[in-house]
Write a protein that binds this ligand. Structure first.
Ligand code: 173
Length: 320
């Protein structure tokens, strides 16, 4: 009798369980412009997720900054207005300031997954952003300062430079006047001469035609551009274990292809040379001072706004 009741109860609950095991569609936005290479590459990934995820999980790409403005994407993910985003931490410091520290990692994401950095990132992202940090999908892309006025030492006094939080502390430390814009407003700022230069990684300046308005690139680069997939934590928790496993596996598969960005960096460097962008190469002690200032200014800023998590992030993100 007991056994019979058990089976009957199981049979009763099995039906609603089966009924809920349906496809979930997640809304995804990009904080980068629709016509950027980051988005092109993401769309290829989304297509393959949707093919492989038939009957289980689908991703609906809503769009870029025209759908949700670049600096609002983080809040949209936090509140669940969208389920997922491709963004960089610098674009959502308005959600929690530690987000901008991901540019400061000195080892590949594969290593971050081994040394505890990745778990620590997720702890902060869960707690302060109501977000799940799924995968880092851009690496090996140092940032550079691009200029229309020549400099011969690491001193930006008198220059107005377009920034995001990525570059703010560093360029300010070098004496620049800084002005924040999303990528979509860089071209116009250059065209109108509102800025004398801008920060951007080694790759991507051609996507929005900035090469037309760029005379110099300062070397060396600094930091490592971070672009990642993040998800709303409630949406994540609502997924079934099978859906979570699938999404994780898909995100990891894209992350595992990050070596591609090494080739892209090389190609973009050559492409810039071809269109006549001149390299201002800081050498020796000046180069060292430049890069050291970049890291010191940025960590100083992070630790100041996050005495709670900053120091541990610095420890986990630095090479041993
Ligand atoms: O807009 C930016 O310059 C920026 O912060 C960024 C971050 C990561 C990749 C590309 C750009």
């Amino acid at each position: 009798m007991r056994r019979f009741v058990g089976i009957a109860a199981a049979a009763l609950t099995a039906a609603p369980l089966a009924a809920t095991a349906q496809v979930t569609t997640l809304k995804l936005v990009s904080a980068f412009p629709e016509n950027s290479f980051y988005v092109t590459r993401l769309q290829t990934w989304i297509d393959s997720v949707n093919t492989e995820g038939k009957g289980l999980l689908q991703i609906n790409f809503i769009g870029g900054p025209k759908a949700i403005p670049t600096f609002e994407v983080g809040n949209a993910v936090r509140t669940g207005v969208v389920d997922m985003a491709m963004s960089t931490g610098a674009y959502y410091t308005n959600v929690f300031p530690e987000s901008d520290a991901l540019k400061l990692t000195r080892m590949p994401v594969a290593e971050q997954r081994r040394n505890g950095a990745f778990d620590y990132i997720n702890k902060i992202w869960n707690e302060k952003g109501n977000m799940v940090y799924l995968a880092r999908i851009v690496e090996y892309q140092p940032f550079h300062l691009y200029l229309n006025k020549k400099i011969d030492k690491p001193d930006l006094t008198g220059l107005k430079i377009r920034v995001t939080p990525v570059y703010r502390d560093f360029f300010s430390a070098l004496g620049a006047t800084v002005m924040q814009t999303p990528p979509g407003e860089v071209y116009t700022a250059l065209e109108r001469g509102v800025v004398d230069g801008y920060g951007w990684p080694i790759g991507g300046i051609f996507d929005l035609n900035w090469q037309e308005r760029t005379k110099f690139r300062v070397d060396p680069g600094f930091y490592d551009a971070e672009v990642s997939l993040i998800a709303n934590q409630d949406a994540w928790k609502k997924l079934t274990p099978a859906q979570r496993e699938f999404l994780n596996r898909q995100a990891r598969s894209l992350e595992n292809r990050n070596d591609y960005w090494k080739i892209y960096a090389q190609q973009e460097d050559e492409r810039q040379a071809k269109v006549g962008i001149q390299v201002i190469r800081l050498e020796g002690a000046q180069a060292k001072q430049y890069v050291d200032t970049a890291y010191e200014a940025a960590w100083g800023g992070i630790i100041k706004v996050s005495p709670q998590y900053g120091p541990k992030m610095r420890e986990l993100f630095s090479k041993k």
